[in-house]
Each structure stands twice: as structure tokens, then as C-alpha cells.
Design a binder for this molecule. Structure first.
Ligand SMILES: Nc1nc2c(ncn2[C@@H]2O[C@H](COP(=O)(O)OP(=O)(O)O)[C@@H](O)[C@H]2O)c(=O)[nH]1
Ligand SMILES: [Mg+2]
Length: 316
């Protein structure tokens, strides 16, 4: 890759993304990841150009086959003439680092396809949950004109709940070898699934898991029970049916529900960003006040009042 003589302006970057330029998109994604000054303005400029893509979330325990499914779905959607964006949420943990590397190698075969854009996002450790960059990255892919965006989560509790507010369609993935079904029903993950995938259908027990799920929905007497689809991600079996079900869900999505989800997402987003900034500033301010408390010039109580007034803009 040639190095650019100078940093392209924010406007050029935004224009590039809107034109579907991969390099511009990748550059902006890096700015977002690093929280570089000005990235929010670029996102602002793109915001009005988003909302067209179908955002799909894949949730489920590690090892159930989400990456393999995502990889297979790339192919299925490409055959249908759709451009695809993949957002893989990387756990920062070195434990799973190997698996991520494996995913990258596997998906590498799509590298030459201009209709495929793959990007991984690191989770931000302590904060937990979906990296707040995830939504931004998805939005950039949306703005660059991707038809379908698939977000693969790492599959730890909070992520899976948050994915429901980011994606239009959430597919909860299960596999027979993790003894998942019952556990997942307990964990409340079931509520976020718009449809359910029983992957590794080549293994014993898959039919049982699928039946358990169907029975579960039957007992709940839900009016429109979610689809349960069996797949073998490694061979591609069931992927057409899965893509059909994903598209079908999107086409028949209740606008009210979409609006609720979007509002939940935006609410969470704003609170998260504001909190993040305030916490940083507050930490600095608290640190700065320690000396004067120690020297007897102030007290913790007075400091609380002063800081509160400062941070609430004087409206206590
Ligand atoms: N037998 C079988 N193995 C699968 C299937 N799908 C995925 N796997 C394997 O399961 C392992 C974990 O898959 P991966 O996609 O990385 O799971 P993830 O952690 O959910 O992303 C890999 O070794 C895959 O090759 C399947 O349908 N059948
Ligand atoms: Mg994976």
C-alpha cells in the first residue's frame, strides 16, 4: 500500500465512504477505534446516509459455529447479488486469540472480492458488552453501501443482549455439543432471538435440540414462533434456508419494534459516550482536589458540591 503524502481531510474521507471506497472506510474505522479527535464529526456526516442495510446479529456460545456460519453466509448472500460487511467482535483475551486468527485465515478467501468487507473490532475490556465501536463500524459499512451487515459477537451475556438493539435480525446459534438449549432458555437469550439456528446438524443430538426449541415456543403459545433452522456450516447445508429466513424476518419486521430497538440503541449509545467522557474528566478533577483536601483547604463534602456544580453546569 502506498503511503499518502498527507492525511486526507475529514470531508474527503466522508465522501470516500459514501462512494464505497474501501480505503476511506478502513481509515475512518481506524479513527473510530482509536477515538481520534474528529471521528465523531465524520460519523455525524454519515449518519443521514445510513439505515439502508440489513444488519444481522449472530449470537451464541463460543464454538457453536458463528464464524463458520458468517463465512458461509457471505457466499450465500454474494450469490444473491448482495454486498456484505462482516463485523467480528474480537475478545481482547489472549485465550481466544487463536480462534480469531483462524477466522481471519478462513475468511481470507473473500479478500479479493470487492463485495465483501471484513473488519474486526476489539472489545474494550473493563467496560464490557459490545464494543461501542461496533455500531459505528456497522454504520460506516451501511454508509458505504453494504446491503447486508453481519455482526458476530463473542458470545458473553451482555453482548448478546446488546446485539438486539443494534441488529434488525438476531439469529441465536446453538449446537448439539454444548448442551446449550436448556441453558440458553434460562439465560434469557431466547428473548433476543428473531430466529434460531441449530448448527452442527451433522452431529448427533441436533434434531433433539431443534425439537426442544420448537416445543419451548409451542408451550409459550407465541403467535408467530421464530423459525428454527438446522445447518451444517462447514458444508453449507441449510444456509439457503437460513438466508431466506433472515431476509424474510427483515421484510416482515414490525416498524414499531424496529423503532423501539433503535431508540434503545441510541439511548444506550449516548449514555455510554457521555458517561465515558464525564468519568475521564471527573477522575482528573477528583485527583486534582486531593491536595487541597489534604492541606485542609477543602473537605470531601465541599469538593462533592463543587464538582457536582461544575459537571451539571451549575444547576444543582
Ligand atoms: N461438525 C461440524 N463442525 C462445525 C460446524 N460448524 C462449525 N464447526 C466447527 O466448530 C468449530 C468452531 O467454529 P467457529 O465458527 O469458530 O465457532 P464460533 O466460536 O461460534 O465462531 C470449528 O472447528 C468449526 O470448524 C458444523 O456445522 N459441523
Ligand atoms: Mg467466532
Amino acid at each position: 500500500m502506498q503511503s499518502t503524502p498527507k492525511d486526507p481531510g475529514r470531508e474527503t474521507l466522508v465522501r470516500g465512504v459514501l462512494d464505497g471506497d474501501r480505503l476511506s472506510a478502513a481509515r475512518l474505522m481506524r479513527l473510530v477505534d482509536d477515538r481520534t479527535d474528529g471521528h465523531e464529526e465524520a460519523l455525524d456526516a454519515l449518519f443521514g446516509h445510513t439505515g439502508r442495510a440489513h444488519v444481522i446479529g449472530l449470537a451464541g456460545s463460543p464454538g457453536c459455529g458463528k464464524s463458520t456460519l458468517a463465512d458461509g453466509l457471505i457466499e450465500t448472500f454474494r450469490h444473491r447479488g448482495r454486498s456484505v460487511g462482516i463485523v467480528a467482535v474480537d475478545p481482547s483475551s489472549s485465550l481466544t486469540g487463536g480462534a480469531i486468527l483462524g477466522d481471519r485465515v478462513r475468511m481470507q478467501r473473500h479478500a479479493a472480492d470487492d463485495g465483501v468487507f471484513i473488519r474486526s473490532v476489539a472489545t474494550r475490556g473493563a467496560v464490557g458488552g459490545l464494543s461501542s465501536s461496533t455500531q459505528d463500524i456497522a454504520r460506516i459499512m451501511d454508509a458505504m453501501g453494504r446491503d447486508v451487515i453481519i455482526i458476530e459477537t463473542v458470545g458473553v451475556g451482555q453482548d448478546e443482549v446488546e446485539i438486539a438493539s443494534v441488529a434488525h435480525t438476531v439469529a441465536v446459534v446453538l449446537s448439539p455439543d454444548t448442551g446449550d438449549a436448556v441453558q440458553i432458555m434460562k439465560a434469557g437469550i431466547i428473548e433476543i432471538g428473531d430466529l434460531f439456528v441449530v448448527n452442527k446438524a451433522d452431529r448427533q443430538g441436533a434434531d433433539r435440540v431443534a425439537k426442544e426449541l420448537a416445543l419451548f415456543f409451542q408451550l409459550q403459545s407465541i403467535e408467530n414462533p421464530p423459525a428454527v433452522i438446522e445447518t451444517v456450516a462447514t458444508s453449507g447445508t441449510g444456509l439457503e434456508a437460513l438466508a431466506d429466513a433472515l431476509e424474510d424476518h427483515h421484510q416482515h419486521e414490525d416498524p414499531g419494534e424496529r423503532r423501539d430497538r433503535m431508540r434503545a440503541e441510541i439511548r444506550r449509545r449516548i449514555a455510554e459516550r457521555v458517561t465515558e467522557r464525564l468519568e475521564q474528566e471527573l477522575a482528573v478533577a477528583v485527583e486534582a482536589s486531593l491536595d487541597s483536601i489534604e492541606a485542609g483547604r477543602s473537605t470531601p463534602y465541599a469538593t462533592v458540591r463543587t464538582l457536582y456544580e461544575t459537571f451539571s453546569g451549575g444547576q444543582s
